[in-house]
Design a protein around this ligand. Structure first.
Ligand code: IPD
Ligand code: CA
Ligand code: CA
Ligand code: CA
Length: 267
């Protein structure tokens, strides 16, 4: 059976190579297609990078399965065995419009337990990575344990959609959180937002809907540095169907659930 160290070494190599391909694509004309709606886009690079990972993993670890956004891996209905959960470009809109603030996200799970998490900020060339139990890092720099935080001293990452009319949450619940926080941000890449929480650059990230490939790598970084991870009801994340997500420094979870989300029974 492949050792975690072996998978980690290959994963880092492939992340770097995939990132270099993405940076090189800035000089080429992208082929852009619409998926479910005009704001849901996919490019030849999203597909090409996912295929790159599928080919590499298939060559080196033929008995592992792949769960990727663009559907080039396996049809995943459970996390039995070793599953690589991959988002080839997280933040495709940023990739297309801004050529920055997007990431490659990767998580390796063995029988449902997270072993390796990686988020690669491609343009900054910063690789956030963790082997469970061995510390979380940005490149070679170890990320320290997160200190407790309170809402009034926190920067919270939240998309403005969740405090305007939407189908997933009553906007009146989270508007007071936006008001009480020291500041809010929205980066447009869930994986980067998770890495930033792990690195202590933002204090929390809250969102109503993500897919497993958006969070599989990033939540492992946060857990490793003592952050709190749950869905918006305080429960475990659904790694097959996707879920809402709330991650934070220690202490913030309780405050946010007590003060802002106690009326969320209709979610
Ligand atoms: C999206 C980004 C975005 C989040 C969306 C995701 P994609 O991923 O993570 O920040 O708000 O829900 O779908 O489609 O760019 O990989
Ligand atoms: Ca997408
Ligand atoms: Ca994504
Ligand atoms: Ca994606």
């Amino acid at each position: 059976m492949a050792s975690v160290k072996e998978m980690d070494t290959y994963a880092k190599l492939w992340m770097k190579e995939a990132g270099a391909r993405l940076r090189a694509s800035f000089n080429t004309k992208l082929d852009i297609e619409m998926k479910t709606n005009p704001n849901d886009l996919v490019t030849n690079m999203d597909k090409g990078i996912e295929k790159f990972f599928c080919d590499k993993i298939g060559e080196v670890f033929p008995d592992h399965r792949i769960f990727g956004e663009e559907g080039m891996g396996n049809d995943i209905k459970d996390l039995k065995g070793t599953v690589w959960i991959i988002d080839p470009i997280d933040g495709t809109l940023n990739f297309i419009h801004q050529q920055r603030d997007f990431a490659i996200s990767l998580g390796v799970y063995v029988d449902g337990i997270g072993k390796i998490g990686m988020v690669y900020d491609v343009v900054s060339d910063e690789l956030y990575h963790v082997i469970k139990g061995q510390g979380a890092y940005m490149d070679d720099q170890r990320l320290p344990s997160l200190e407790p935080a309170t809402v009034n001293r926190s920067i919270v990452s939240i998309n403005a959609s969740w405090v305007t009319e939407n189908r997933r949450i009553d906007p009146r619940l989270l508007a007071p959180l936006v008001r009480d926080a020291r500041g809010t941000r929205s980066y447009g890449s869930a994986a980067l937002e998770l890495a930033f929480v792990a690195a202590g650059r933002i204090d929390a990230y809250i969102t109503m809907r993500l897919m497993p490939w958006d969070f599989a790598g990033g939540v492992l970084l946060i857990e490793e540095v003592g952050g709190e991870v749950s869905n918006i009801k305080g429960g475990k994340l659904n790694y097959i169907e996707g879920d809402s997500l709330f991650v934070s420094k220690p202490g913030l979870h309780k405050e946010v659930f007590d003060k802002y989300l106690s009326g969320n029974s209709g979610l």
